[in-house]
Each structure stands twice: as C-alpha cells, then as structure tokens.
Design a protein around this ligand. Sequence first.
Ligand code: PEP
Ligand code: MG
Length: 760
Amino acid sequence: MLTTLRRIVLEFSQDAELDSALLRLVAQIKTALNTDCCSVYLADYQQQHFLLMASDGLAASAHGHTSIGFSEGLIGLVGQREEPINIANAQHHPHFIHTPEVQEDELNAFLGTPIIHHRKVLGILSIQQKESRNFTENEEAFLVTLSAQLATALANAEARGILLQGNDSSQSTRQLKGISGSSGVIVGRMVTVQPTVSLATVSLQKSSNTTEQLQHFTQAIELTRAEFEQMRIKLNDIINDSSLDIFEMYKQLLNNANIGHEVESKIRQGWSAVSSLKIVIDNYLLRFEAIDDHYLRERASDIRDLGNRLLINLLQQDNKQTNNKSNEDFILVAEEVTASMLAEYQHQGLKSIISMSGSNNSHAAILARALGLPAIMGVDRIPLGQLDQKVAIVDGYSGELFIAPNEALVREYQHLIAEEDALTDKVKQVANLPTITPDGRPIELVLNAGLSAGLEHSKSVGAVGVGLYRTEIPFMNRSCFPSEQEQTALYQNVLAAFPKKTVTMRTLDVGGDKSLPYFPIVEDNPFLGWRGIRITLDHPEIFLLQVRAMIRANIGHNNLEIMLPMISDISEVNEAVRLINQAYYELSAELCAEEQSKLARPKIGMMIEVPSVIFQLSDFAGKVDFFSVGSNDLTQYLLAVDRNNVQVADLYDSYHPAVLRALNIIAKESSKCLVPLSLCGELASEPAGALLLVAMGYDKLSMNAYNIARIKWVIRHVSLQKSKVILAKALSFTTAKKVHSYLNEQLELLDLGSFVRAGM
Ligand code: PEP
Ligand code: MG
C-alpha cells in the first residue's frame, strides 16, 4: 500500500497540467481502493464553495461546473469539520444534497477527507461505493494519509494551474508567496531574463593546444575582472556599502590562488579552457551545495554566476537575453537573480527583483536591500515564460507577488507607494542629526556589519560605530581557516573604517545554520548543539588565533570591543576571558616597544541569546564589560522555534509576550547591575520594536545600514514618555497577535502609519 501511495503522490506532483493530474489521481485512487467512484473538489475562497474538479465515477459533464457551498452537503461538512466523514448510506444523511447532474443516485457509501495545507482546507477527496457499508479503517487511513501528502503537491500544482489560466487577461489577480528579500513596494511590468549560455550545457572536450587555451582563459579572466570592476564602480555611485564586496570577492576568486589557478592546471592536463572551467566550477558547486547551510548554499549561486560570466567571455558572447527592449522601468524576474544581473540592469530601469531561487541571504537580496529595491526570493512555483511582460505588484515586505492585479489593488498599492516615497524623503532629512527622543533621551544607533564578506560603511547612514561585526563570513568563503595575518589585515580594515568609533567584533559564531566547508559539523539538532562559543572554546587554537588577530589589528586604532556569542554558562565566559588575556599577554611579549605601548586590552562583552542567561545576569555582570541581546536567537530559543524553518515560521515572533517580557527583564536587571546594554537582533531595526526597546531602557541599538535613518526618524518623533505608555500596555497582552494589532494601531495614531507595514 505504501508503494501505491508514494507512486500516486509522485505522479501527481510530476504532472505539468493540473486538470490531467487530478483526473489521473482520482482514477488511481479508485483502482487502489477498488471502489466505484473517487472525486476531488477544490476550494474557491472567493466564491466560498468547493468545485468538483475531477471524478472517476460521477458524470464527466459535471467536472469543473458543479459546486457545493462551504456549508452545504457532505462535502461542505467534511470541510467544516476538518476531519474524515465515513457514512454507510450517504443518501439518508441529513446533510446530503441531491445534485442530479453528478448522477450519484446509485452510490450509497461515502468517505470524504479534507486536504489541508498549513491549516487551510484546499479541497476534499471523496470515495463512494454502491454497496451500503462503512469504509474500513484501513481504507480510511489510506485516504487520510494520501490527502495529507497531497496537500503540499496540490498547493504547488494549484499555483501552477492557476497561472496557466492566468494567460487570459480577463482572469482576476493571481497571488504568489515567496520570501521577502528586500522591503518596499512596486507596481510594474515583469521582464524575464534567461542566460543564453550556461556551464550546465557544456560538454567536456580535450584540447591539444594548451598554450592557446591558456591564453584564451587569461583573456577571459582579464575581461571578467574588468567587468566586475565596472559593475562595482557603477554601483558605487549609488551605494557606499559592503554589499559591493561581492565584486571584490569575485575578483579574488579569479586570482591565481583560487579558481583561476585551478582552471589553469586543468588546461595543462589537456582539457579545453571551457571544459576546464566547467570541471572546476562544478566541483565548487558540488562542495557548496552539499553543505546543509543556508549561507553557503547561497554562495554556490555566486560561484555559478562567476562561472557563467567567465564562460561568456571565453566564448565572447553577449551575456543575457532580456525582453526589456525599451529601457522602461521593469521588475527583473529570473530563475536565479545574481548580483551581477543587478549591477548590469541597474541603469536600465531596474526597479525590483523576483528570483525563483535563493533566500534573503543571497547576495542579490543583500544588494537589493542596499539599493532599496523591493525583492522577493524563492518564488519557486512560477513557469518563467508565463510572467514575461505581465504587470505585477511586488510587496517586498510580505514577500507577496500579485500578477495581473485588478485596478482596486493597484490603487491601494499606489497609495502605499506614495506614502513610502514621502517617508523616504522625510527620513533623509534626519540622517545627520543626533538620535534623541523629543524629551531628550539620547540613543546610540550602530551598525550590524560583516554579513557580506566585509564591512558596511556608516558614512551616508548616520551610524556611530559598529554594534555587531559578524566575523564568520570571511571564514566561510574559503577552503581552510584564515591565518592570523589574513585575519589581522581584515580586522584592521574594519577598525580603520570607523576611527574613534567603537567596533564590536564577535568571535566566530559558526554551527547552527552556519558551517564551514572545511570543518563539517553533522548533528541532529544543530541549533542546540555545537555552536558559537562552544566550538571555539573546544578549539582554543582557533579562538586564540582570532582574538590575537583582533587585538593586533587594534594597535593604533584602539576602538575594538570583543563580543562572545551563544554564552549559556559562566564557565564559558571565564574560559574565554582567560584566553583573551593570554592572547593579550603573549602578543605583548612578542611586540617591539613602540607597538607594545599601543597595545590595548579590549573590553569584553557577551551576547544574551540563550534564555538561561537571563536568570543569571547578576552572576555574569562582574565578568564582562557589556551585554548585547541577540534577539534573533533569543526569540528562537525562548519559543523553541527554529528561526530557519518555514514550517513553523508563523510561530517565530519577537513580539510574543514572553519575548517582550524577557527583554524587559534583561533591561531592568542590566541597569541594576550597571552593565551597559545593547540589542543587535532584527527587532532593533523595526519601528515598533525600536520604540519598545527604547522604552525598556535599551540606549544602544544595532541594525543594518538601510534602517538607521528610519529608526532615527522614529526615535526623534516619539517621546520616551509616550513610548513608555505604549510599552506598559504592550506588556499586558497575552498573545503576539494582540500585541501586533495594538502596536499597529499606535503607530497609526502617532502618524507613523507608513511605518506600520514596514515595521511589522
Ligand atoms: C541574534 O541572534 O540576534 C544575532 C544578532 O546574531 P545572529 O543573527 O548572527 O545569530
Ligand atoms: Mg545569534
């Protein structure tokens, strides 16, 4: 039975056409259960009815025509109860409705099961039989299991099917959901981009002329390097941000020591330049894609992009085929939007991106955020060809894509866009003003940096230092741990970029969803496992090397603070501080007198991310110089919700009353212990979050560059006194939903309506 079940689901999900998939489905179920009829109804929430889509047993003329209201008949009852209904004689059931056109007069037994996806009834699967009998437990179990498995496949097929009908311009708006890659809203025309050449289609060939192949490859490298430099320069006019480091990383990968070198050695082994490139890139992709790690999987996309660029230059081809002939404003849609596509179309009317693959860690998303372009990632159910030239609304806040939107929806979104534009203008005015509430409470806004292989500059955004420099990224884009010298050079750059402003560097925080290709960690529960400080204390050689590099880099800058991630126990702080002291004294002994005089022991702080720490704050207080709350992880651990699992994404909420109360306790306790406190999770970059945090007493908030001016604007416009009133009420609610609706309402009242969507 299990094999039959699997086969039915597999064949269903592989069918490109929804109608034929449903027809085959009902025929297969009817045969598998040896019954007289099997039918499938799909829910139409606009019409509030179930539509008979396919049946093997009911009149074919009724398919696609007969509908049953949500609260009508046995089908409606299954949907309402959200459970199977098994009846020996349906015709006598009080809910039975006689529908002559389906011709079911001879069918007596009825078993219906709901098809539910994420708590939503998508449809009803029913079997019927002439013989008046209850279906057996096994038959019921089969149908229930099948319905549960079909739900996901149906959710996908439904979207596909709906889009197929969407070719007809008279159809109403279609809605698809992806991941929000970059906030903002836009109404525009979609233009699809397909790569004309791709390494994926190259077949391997040998070449006898090694010298010529090497020459070709060197030229292609030079050309590609120049292109990346051009892209960087183009974008540099617009963003002054480390997101551009992606192009620096591409250039480094082209170097002799990296991909460039590996391709050359393949050419020397007798392969053609194109084949050598394919072999090397495929190898990289295999290694990156095999890693169960979000961030690194996204880097695979960077490598593919780089490989295809090199290929184009090797073949001297034009690189992309777009249908944007007119250079009008457009929404770029591609299977995989890459950072270089963004750079390329930036000056050709690019207003937004939609990528079938990728997530909000992709460099395309990081760049889109830096450019302020709304982006939706991971919309994986759309056939590309069907989108080209269609009008769409991109809602980068919610990750929703509306295809062929109706006039009313367009009007609604245009209103929001106008509000957004006004907001951006307003916000710009405060970029260089101090961050202070109207009643005089100064707040420090600092930067979260390091996410894109380098540092984000604070010049244009009005930040005063770095509150969280994530050091793990430079460890990821490589094939072994970076040396002390390499790390020192990197940290020097960061510290030098923020003279006289504090830069808080976090020690290596790998594990969980961030692993290193050369240091694999395989665990059943990685977020509860070997992560952050737990790894580095088990490997003091790695920890010591990193803190030595940090302390050495700080010579002459004297603006470094060191922060410890994932602390859950006092002994971890004791050990980490001991090692940092050891690094400091060892370095001191190694340095010349002049350098020695500039050597400083940095302040050491710890992150509050693990709930156990909250109950021991006073014990930690004497051990460290500052606390910084990692609200992303604190939310995950307090609520026991994996922050990367879409299945439970609805439960992950930093406005959950338990999280808000914990944050409030942390603020009170830290203040009592006189330990400086900051917060560097995403909550700080949300208007409502920032207001609540300021009211709790957090006077240092760390966030990405894009949000600094917005948050500054909010803080400058809401008094501490008012925020405290809002906080008191927000803390009294028992559910996150109530907290959200209250905060939305308050932001509206404070004339921060345009922040409501942005902030929540
Ligand atoms: C956090 O957990 O809130 C945090 C800032 O760290 P990361 O997101 O890097 O885990
Ligand atoms: Mg964290």
